[in-house]
Ligand binder design. Structure first.
Ligand code: CP
Length: 327
């Protein structure tokens, strides 16, 4: 049974949805997970089309949505922005109106330029008559963080009060990754009872306006958010650790400078020594792709505390729930 109350609603940030709406999304994702495992058909989006606009690369997000809509009885059109008229400058208004006249939802990844992606999605949503889904922007990655929350609840239950989650920067020499995963975790997790510790070297700060909203969420839900520039302090006594790389807010147009700064912090890696600082039952999380050997050692990501494949699988079930509820 799909509730009709969320039909047509955009999913651009978890912050735009009430806790009750997010609870319904999580409940429905679990139902869909169960139905898929039992082979029970669940064609809630029969004959419906979703457009997937990608300004950036993807493995999990693209395929969770493509496989997901197929399982729901619908169809996805993958649009590589570089081979569409968007690359020639067609604006958000025209793109939004036209695609929404062809189908039933528009989903967008536009994550590499601070100040652009979220604004672009909201402009599409202003003109589109169908729901707009954020597949990762400069501010939030709400289809990732809801799968993370599902994974945490599968391990620890629905009452997360008193548990300490670490969102930590980690070293990579590869490329400047968006801030949207750590920021999305900051926005969402305090609303569901987790205490957060945010750790990063001083140059790798998050957007101040996001931190303000996260602090407000924490106050409203009687949980704590702490900030530190010491990864070991952050890991001490943690129940959940989520160490990953992100870029320097002011240097997304100067990637070499950002990577040079990261070189100062090579020791920010999640290895077995770091995991020993956390509690024995602690879980290791990462949205993937992880930079093995830099952000995390093989022993940790392949070890007993890692839940990364469960997280990745839950991308499918939550993506299906978002589509079935909103389309
Ligand atoms: N975690 C995540 O968004 O993965 P992709 O970049 O592969 O979509």
């Amino acid at each position: 049974m799909v509730t009709e109350g969320l039909k047509g609603k955009d999913y651009i940030s978890t912050q735009d949805w009430s806790k009750e709406e997010l609870e319904e999304l999580l409940r429905f994702a679990s139902e869909l997970k169960d139905k898929k495992k039992k082979g029970i058909p669940h064609r809630y989006c029969q004959d419906k089309t979703i457009f997937l606009l990608f300004f950036d690369k993807s493995t999990r997000t693209r395929n969770a949505f493509e496989a997901g809509i197929t399982q729901l009885g619908g169809h996805a059109h993958y649009i590589d922005v570089q081979t569409s008229q968007i690359a020639h400058g067609e604006n958000a208004k025209d793109t939004g109106i036209i695609l929404s006249s062809y189908g039933h939802a528009i989903a967008i990844r536009h994550d590499l330029v601070p100040g652009e992606g979220n604004a672009y999605m909201r402009e599409i949503a202003r003109w589109a008559e169908v729901p707009v889904i954020n597949l990762q922007c400069d501010i939030d990655h709400p289809t990732q963080t809801i799968a993370d929350l599902m994974t945490i609840r599968e391990r620890f239950g629905t009452n997360l009060r008193g548990l300490r989650m670490v969102v930590s920067w980690a070293y990579t020499p590869s490329y400047a990754k968006p801030l949207s995963v750590p920021q999305g975790l900051l926005l969402l997790m305090p609303r569901f009872g987790l205490d957060l510790v945010v750790a990063h070297p001083k140059e790798f700060k998050l957007m101040p306006e996001v931190i303000e909203i996260a602090k407000q969420n924490a106050r409203e839900n009687n949980v704590n958010i702490e900030f530190t520039d010491n990864m070991k302090d952050a890991f001490a006594g943690a129940d959940i650790v989520y160490p990953k790389s992100w870029g320097v807010l002011e240097l997304f147009d100067k990637p070499q400078e950002a990577l040079a700064l990261a070189e100062k912090y090579k020791e920010w890696r999640c290895d077995e020594g770091m995991m020993k600082l956390a509690r024995e039952h602690a879980i290791y999380m990462h949205c993937l792709p992880a930079d093995r050997g830099n952000e995390v050692t093989d022993e940790v990501i392949d070890g007993a505390q890692s839940v990364v494949y469960q997280e990745a699988e839950n991308r499918l079930h939550t993506a299906k729930a978002i589509m079935a509820l909103t389309m």
